[in-house]
Write a protein that binds this ligand. Structure first.
Ligand code: ADP
Ligand code: MG
Length: 579
């Protein structure tokens, strides 16, 4: 369709507003244009958070040389014909505002070649530089470069955050579009370093792998659309995989990335009872509904949309996620389930821990309603889940199983203890204790070690500096984002100190802030705890179990996962038909 300037009566009905607040808004608009142009490959390169330069290139349909100047006029679009179109918007763009707004805040060069043209048309323009048109050889598609952003808008520039936060805002845009359009190959380079590359297979799981990593992607559970006009599909992480922040719920409405707190809450609701307090889900959900049931023309950056029936969408979303969680629950494996039912269940903050609650609840519900939705913690089986725990009795160690679990015997039955979780608990209580007595288990370094920090690590350091010191990390600033470390907590002293400190700070970042818990101690414990998969000597196992017995809360790790499962003597007798 040719590009034309919208007639004033249509332009007037468009929710206008400033679309360019920061580099990420430019990237969003340009990427949307590339998607609308049918691109199969979209490459974004930014430097200095996008303030120095942003380039978005695609292999889409290109702009006709005769139209390239018009494209930068206000309300010039090829995507809307008449006013009625506003109620049925199929493209991401429709306002004809992005390109002129971008040219108002930075120097732009647009190079575009449709498949039929021999050469690309080039237009350069800027805040007070009139458009200049030329021609040049270039591949089919469009490449738009924006430089010297906000040079004429010092006020806007002042509101920008550090280059690294602007870069992460750009990355957020890119990761969301990569997940909304798995058939498109997205790539993002930040200061010459590739930070995102989706492979464009069309499979959402592949796109999610590019964003959250293969491990998370392969564990994600599939949500399939139910009945009704609102179709919700996507991927939702099982409750065992969660995050400390709320930023991992991605919602798309008719393939448009939206931010909507109420709908994000619908996803959180679907996980109710399955996640611990302070933990949040990872989910990527596509909501499809008739175009006339959603108004995208309400917000300048189109980040918000209005639904004709928001409650309907809320319900459909929640059901779809819930269904995925129930369908993907650990197989209602009768053995597992029954063993758990006989177990004394670890309790945290007065709540049964998630893993066991999960098993019981799902089983109970699946039986009661034939697999229907909603987990209600009532009735026979779940009641047992709520049995509070008591102090750990003295245990006799039998051995190790699978290099992961410790098998032990107590007066009331057989205990399976998760060695990593148990050791984490032991270390955690030790760290908290030594901190309270102001005697951190610290080890001085003969030669101080300089450690370079990433922006994320620096942020943790700034936030947790007191806690880190209290745990025996003695350091000072060393300029250029590096620190000079003079002493480290004992668990970080073994091996390469530089790497240990860096990995530990990452761990603190990854675990996020968990309400009311000591994050630094938790991360130290996790870092220092013996891994699953490590064969332990009998003596080591005994030591660990002794220390666990002395813990105040032996039955959960600091994250709230169970450290042990008890198969009661009664339960075993019943299982073997002795009773
Ligand atoms: P809108 O996307 O709302 O139409 P824009 O200002 O973003 O407005 O773009 C104006 C027009 O320029 C678009 O309608 C489209 O015809 C053309 N255009 C912009 N970017 C591209 C691109 N990457 N490939 C092809 N055409 C494009
Ligand atoms: Mg656009």
């Amino acid at each position: 369709m040719p590009i034309r300037v919208l007639p004033p009566h249509v332009a007037a009905r468009i929710a206008a507003g400033e679309v360019v607040e920061r580099p990420a808004s430019i990237v969003k608009e340009l990427v949307e244009n590339s998607i609308d142009a049918g691109a199969t490959r979209i490459t974004v390169e930014i430097t200095a958070g996008g303030v120095d330069s942003i380039r978005v290139s695609d292999d889409g349909c290109g702009i006709d040389p005769g139209d390239i100047e018009t494209a930068f006029r206000r309300h010039a679009t090829s995507k809307l014909e008449g006013g009625e179109d506003l109620s049925r918007i199929l493209t991401l763009g429709f306002r004809g505002e992005a390109l002129p707004s971008v040219a108002a805040v930075g120097m732009v060069e647009a190079v575009s070649r449709p498949p039929g043209s021999q050469a690309a048309a080039v237009v350069t323009l800027g805040p007070d530089v009139d458009p200049h048109i030329s021609a040049r050889g270039a591949p089919v598609g469009t490449s738009i470069t924006v430089k010297r952003l906000f040079e004429r808008q010092p006020a806007r520039r002042k509101f920008l955050r550090s280059a690294s936060s602007e870069s992460s805002a750009v990355a957020a845009v890119m990761t969301h579009y990569a997940m909304a359009y798995p058939e498109v190959r997205f790539s993002l380079s930040v200061d010459g370093r590739k930070t995102l590359a989706s492979i464009g297979t069309g499979d959402l799981r592949d796109a999610v792998a590019a964003v959250y990593g293969a491990e998370v992607a392969s564990a994600m559970l599939v949500a399939t659309p139910g009945e009704g006009p609102v179709q919700v599909s996507g991927l939702a992480a099982p409750p065992q995989i969660s995050r400390g922040g709320r930023g991992y719920i991605s919602l798309f409405v008719n393939r448009r990335w939206i931010q909507n707190r109420r709908l994000a809450y619908a996803v959180e609701e679907a996980y109710k009872g399955l996640l611990m307090v302070g933990r949040h889900p990872i989910a990527v959900m596509n909501i499809r509904l008739p175009f006339e049931d959603v108004d995208v023309n309400v917000h300048p950056t189109k980040a918000e949309v209005r639904f004709r029936d928001e409650s309907g969408v809320f319900g459909a979303l929640q059901r779809s996620v819930r269904q995925a969680l129930l369908a993907g629950a650990p197989v209602p494996d009768a053995d597992l389930y029954r063993s758990a039912a006989g177990a004394r269940v670890p309790v945290m903050d007065g709540q049964p821990t998630t893993a066991l609650l999960w098993r019981h609840a799902v089983e109970a519900e699946a039986r009661r309603t034939g697999g229907a939705l909603g987990v209600v913690i009532t009735g026979q089986e779940p009641a047992r889940v709520a049995t509070p725990s008591v102090t750990l009795p003295v245990l006799r160690v039998i051995g190790q199983f699978g290099a992961v679990y410790i098998v032990a015997e107590g007066p009331d039955g057989m205990y399976l203890i998760d060695q990593h979780a148990a050791h984490e608990r032991v270390l955690y209580e030790r760290f908290v204790g030594s901190r309270a007595s102001q005697a951190p288990e610290s080890q001085g370094l003969l030669d101080p070690v300089a450690v370079d920090l990433s922006p994320g690590q620096r942020a943790v350091l700034a936030r947790e500096v007191e806690a880190l010191r209290a745990h025996g990390l003695d350091m000072e600033e060393f300029g250029d984002g590096a620190i000079l470390v003079r002493a480290v907590p004992k668990t970080l002293a073994a091996g390469d100190v530089r790497e240990g400190v860096a990995r530990f700070l990452d761990l603190v970042t990854e675990e996020g802030e968990i309400e009311g818990r000591d994050q630094v101690a938790m991360s130290l414990a996790c870092h220092g705890a013996v891994r699953a998969g490590k064969t332990l000597a009998m003596e080591e196992i005994r030591d660990l179990v002794r220390q666990l017995e002395e813990c105040e809360t032996p039955n959960t790790c600091p994250h709230g996962r169970p450290t042990m499962i008890l198969m009661g003597a009664d339960f075993l007798a019943r299982e073997f038909g002795r009773r």
